[in-house]
Design a protein around this ligand. Sequence first.
Ligand code: ZN
Length: 445
Amino acid sequence: MRPQTYISALYGEARGYHRLAIRRQVTENEQLPRAILAIRADRLFAEHVRRCIGRFPLYAERVKAHRGSLPRPGETIRPDELPVWTRRDQIDFFAAQEHPEDSHYVHESGGSTGLVVRFHVTRRSYEWRTAVMDRVYGWAGAEEGVKSLHVWGTTKAANRLHGYKVFVHRALQRRVYFNTLREFTDQERASCCDAINRTKPHAIVGYTGMLVDIARFARDHRALNWKAPTLISTAETLQCGQRELLESQLAHEVFDSYGSREFMNIASECSMHAGYHVASDNLRIEVVDDDGNPVEPGEQGRIVVTDFHNAATPFVRYEVGDNGIMAPPGEPCRCGRPFPLLRRVEGRTQDVILTRRGRVSALNIQDVLEHFEWVEGYQLLQPSREALVIRLLTHTELSEERLLPLRSRLRTQVGDLSVTFERVNELTRRSNGKIELVTSALGVA
Ligand SMILES: [Zn+2]
């Protein structure tokens, strides 16, 4: 553990968060034999399922309807006997759920589907997910205490004290944040390149699309005189040619990472780049067919995730909305780590909106929309370079009073694009049933 991590862990320990113990365990798990880790994961899975059944009557009902009966004490629970928990299920569940005592915070996710899913996260789960995050950052040489530059949205501090805490924490972590929660113009790209030249980070971390955008700018304007040793790309699928572009401009080695708002880090590349190691001490990934039955390793299917440590939400076989392929269990990674490998993952959004001054990732617009509790879903339509239509799924009428703060926040993202809102009762779907997040007449895919 680096001194910085140790200080933060001790602070978390003193506050009663068990941070030191969790950090230690997360580090030690990396050395476990695969068989032991797999047995532990089975146990954690069963514990979480039983906890959800005992705690959430709605979930218990669903299990009973799917399986015919609830598991008896001591009975083995096979994952494929349990229902897939869809985004719709979670939305309905959250609406009916009373605020749980052990909720540390409420978070929300739009994913690539446009439906806003909200969920509670416990303190314990938060400690686990941040520990797992630091472990995989470490694989790319970007753990806390190593100088790194993060290119994405930074949330505004709630008050002065919180702002001070964030400042101290980041200084300890040696992390510099470059805020992209605004229109990404050439000027922004240039100042991001300046920030890289100035801070000389060991690692650059950010949304794939943003980093690709900076790399393009740097190539066309010869704007960089520093190349970071490593880079972590996340949130969007790394498309063909993009790894090469990033490695030619921004960093010597690109580590792709797969995560979601619901779980933070799910799986990450190691230096072998042979797939994504699943954080199987914190969650379980299954790849399933349309009926929720597991497909063979090597075959593509829908990714469902079970979160072992978040007791406040029944994320059991939760459908994140991405597709993936698991590697056969008999093919361990040459790095020797015991975590199973997800060979490929697809479906993360890389949609963009064109403003008069440049491209803006749809993720940035999602960040704004999800901030408003009354928004239940959305779709973005761009008929021309000057206009954006936002279709909002909401159970209340749209009033100017309600839209005003939304408009002002959006302006920081899309500048002077003319934005109109449309209230809808349903989002339109493609022929394959998937909701299309962005429909653009501009051909910017
Ligand atoms: Zn590996």
